[in-house]
Design a protein around this ligand. Structure first.
Ligand SMILES: NC(=O)c1ccc[n+]([C@@H]2O[C@H](COP(=O)([O-])OP(=O)(O)OC[C@H]3O[C@@H](n4cnc5c(N)ncnc54)[C@H](OP(=O)(O)O)[C@@H]3O)[C@@H](O)[C@H]2O)c1
Length: 360
């Protein structure tokens, strides 16, 4: 695999495109305005994290129009950051965002949306991108995803694919978007999109370069984004299409950092507890696997987060891992993601098998 280094970070290409991504990226889902939308990071804490991120060489930043909680405030925070740091800083960043979910007007807690104010139609995609550009205080989005496929009861796309991807292609022609991508798509859906993009593209260089799906070492098969889907089959399809995988929840919402341990769960704090998501994450299988993985990480002088991110980066199909961080120390930790050898990967497989998670 072709790699380049930049500051402390290795970089990989998005698919077969000329776009380089820092292997370690930054996820900005829970960023915005803590006084209004319940985010975990606002300007005061966030700007120093963004500064430090660039110092490390972490230049792939991931947000979405609807972050956080449909408010658009994650994009607004980034817009204020770019305005305060200037053009030179904006130009270093690969700015990724997503459309298809509805976004409330600023400072409006609840909104009633018309059917045209969400989804993957031409009317909404074009409107949503104009709004993204305004919130982000920029004139171009480097990587634009369709956030999630909207399908009917039979699993067919509700909006004809040539409408959605014709609109995306026009945005590239207009210079508002540079690269296009999908999120939460299955292998079959990704294949359909890839062939539509080839059909509707204004030139032969237009193609989807990335797929952003849930993927972490406790939930390997979730990357396939469909029940019964398998990790290896999905990665093979992505590779054959020349599409890179960008895992979300790479740290399992924080469970793969060691901050939640079996014997001290009642004293633990963090996002999983604040979000009331304990039942989903604190299963016996997950907690047993975490204990064993911490043991392996300690033997190797790594943090659990470094082991978990390194495991994802051991997959050639993965171009960048976009861990969400809420503190500078977390960013500094994640920068040290491990390079794992086949022996380490075998030991991780054995741990997952013993915990009953090989097929999770
Ligand atoms: N495409 C989609 O549909 C979709 C869906 C979800 C997310 N995403 C994207 O993926 C990104 C990553 O996912 P995520 O943020 O939800 O989950 P994540 O990266 O799995 O977990 C992030 C949480 O882990 C904790 N953390 C991170 N680094 C740490 C470290 N070194 N030590 C200790 N704790 C650490 C923080 O917890 P505390 O908050 O408790 O400090 C942070 O909030 C998002 O920000 C977003 O950009 C995309």
């Amino acid at each position: 695999m072709l790699k380049r280094s930049y500051r402390k970070i290795q970089c990989r290409r998005a698919g077969q495109s000329g776009l380089w991504l820092s292997e370690i990226g930054l996820g900005l889902w829970k960023w915005g305005d803590p006084s209004y939308d319940g985010s975990r990071v606002g300007d005061h804490d966030g700007f120093p994290i963004l500064d430090r991120s660039l110092e490390h060489g972490i230049f792939h930043w991931d947000t979405a129009c609807s972050y956080n909680m449909g408010s658009g405030n994650s994009e607004r925070l980034l817009g204020r950051y770019f305005a305060s740091r200037g053009r030179e800083v904006r130009d270093q960043v690969v700015l990724a965002t997503k459309v298809s979910n509805p976004v409330r007007p600023e400072h409006v807690a609840e909104a009633d949306f018309t059917p045209n104010q969400s989804g993957a139609s031409r009317i909404y995609v074009q409107f949503a991108v104009e709004q993204c550009l305004r919130r982000l205080q920029t004139d171009v989005i480097d990587l634009l995803y369709i956030h999630s496929p909207r399908v009917d009861d039979t699993g067919e796309f509700i909006v004809p694919l040539d409408e959605t991807w014709g609109a995306m292609d026009d945005l590239v022609t207009q210079g508002k978007v540079r690269y296009i991508a999908v999120s939460n798509h299955s292998a079959r859906q990704m294949q359909s999109v890839a062939s539509t993009v080839t059909e509707v593209g204004k030139d032969s260089s237009r193609r989807i370069v990335a797929v952003q799906n849930r993927y972490n070492l406790l939930q390997r098969n979730r990357v396939a984004s469909e029940p019964e889907g398998s990790e290896r089959a999905f990665l093979d399809v992505a590779r054959s299409l020349g599409v890179s995988v960008i895992p979300y929840y790479p740290l399992a919402s924080g469970l793969l950092t060691g901050r939640y341990r079996k014997d001290t769960l009642n004293k633990a704090s963090g996002r999983i507890i604040d979000d009331g998501a304990q039942d989903a994450w604190f299963t016996d299988e997950n907690l047993n696997a975490v204990e064993a993985l911490i043991g392996l990480a300690e033997q190797k002088g790594l943090s659990l987060a470094q082991l978990a991110l390194g495991w994802l980066l051991s997959r050639e199909e993965v171009a960048s891992v976009i861990a969400g961080v809420t503190r500078i120390e977390q960013l500094d930790d994640n920068v040290g993601a491990a390079e794992l050898d086949p022996d380490d990967l075998g030991r991780i497989d054995a741990i997952l098998e013993a915990a009953g998670l090989s097929n999770a």
